[in-house]
Design a protein around this ligand. Sequence first.
Ligand code: GDP
Ligand code: IMO
Ligand code: MG
Length: 423
Amino acid sequence: MKIDLILGLQWGDEGKGKIVDVLSNIYDIIARFQGGPNAGHTLEFDEIKHVLHTIPSGIFHDKKINVIGNGVVIDPVIFKKEIDTLKNLGIDVSSKLFISRKAHLIFPTHRLIDQASELSKGKKKIGSTLKGIGPTYMDKTGRNGFRVGELEIDGWEDKLDNLISKHERLIKNFNVEIGYNISELKDEFLDALKFLKSLTLIDSENYFYRCLKTNKKILAEGAQGSLLDIDFGTYPYVTSSNTTSAGACTGLGIPPNKIGDVYGVFKAYTTRVGSGPFPTELFDETGERIGKIGHEFGATTGRARRCGWLDLVSLKHSININGVTELIMMKGDVLSGLEKLKVCTKYRYKNEIIEHLPFTIDDSSLEPIYEEIDGWNEEITQINNYQQLPDNFKKYVTFLEKNLELEIKIVSVGPNRKQTIIR
Ligand code: GDP
Ligand code: IMO
Ligand code: MG
């Protein structure tokens, strides 16, 4: 038995949460392997919209186990709120949610460091969600981090106090004004830690080993997108984890030869939230229209997402890095009514035509080269059979499949679970 992956191929918010929820039926276990509450995964069904930040998107299905892997960073305060919201909806989370002892904790002071770091960068800020992600991964790789399992070992309170004091010294060094009340933050944090400790903590690598041996079907849910990967994204305008398929191995403890299908999720256009290069970004009415019809506002921060045409150069980069085996195209419905669609197939870079992402992607030296395709006028959100989709929609899909040399196995035509066409 192998583990399948669902990953975002762009700058996040591709619709991973929706697809994980739709496909959860055919899996026993759904696992998150990286990132933290910088993620916002939206699920819609029974007229309700749910946004998940740390909890895997399989949580609404009965008899499925959801695992938060060692590669994830957990903010206990946000996590507790997320679970309380689910409890209020009648979802019994604790019986079907397991947490790796090796996952690192986001301290309130990590959030403050994030804020101070961004303020000190001025115009060069990353546009972080300010959830403390970067500082927590820095403590992890700097070997100063605090892992969930430490809560089971006596004396953890001293280590916690030492780390908080160290963070406070660091915050002072940034020399920027951020107001905070450490004792209030600490009380809230300790309360949430008590709650976290009451949940099921596991050695997830051993758990997955046993699950694979007993033929359990596992789906790993990526957060963020491949272009936000710490190594292969648009550095430094990235997040602080490996969002790509290799991250699932290190973030869960799964050997590479146990990876099965790799589903790459992309929007029929492109969006980005936060700073950083975006070659196909639109600054005109079409961009505005896509943002409006697509409701392109961040699920975590509410910030407006930048919108642009589909970029096949960066998509191919993501497909190659991840070893994508099947594609899933989201939000095609948002493009209905546009007379012409543009798709970037190459870049002009320093007077050369290139088909890969160069080392430096800055918008002034890189110009997208587009092919134009006829759009479709029909409203498609109620269609549930691929053959009934407008001819020009199907031509768009065929054009992408030919260029990307992969099949698009699922197309999504609306935010609801039901608005999903599996070919
Ligand atoms: P994720 O972070 O990859 O899970 O994606 P987000 O939830 O942040 O953003 C995707 C947004 O698009 C959410 O508001 C979804 O409800 C919505 N969505 C997902 N698929 C579709 C679709 O096919 N069409 C439309 N119109 N909206 C969709
Ligand atoms: P999901 O899982 C979109 C972006 C931020 C910022 C950069 C670094 O919902 O697709 P960080 O908080 O990690 O320090 O921010 O990455 N970013 C996301 N953009 N979707 C996300 O997650 C994101 N998580 C982080 O906007 O530009
Ligand atoms: Mg999102």
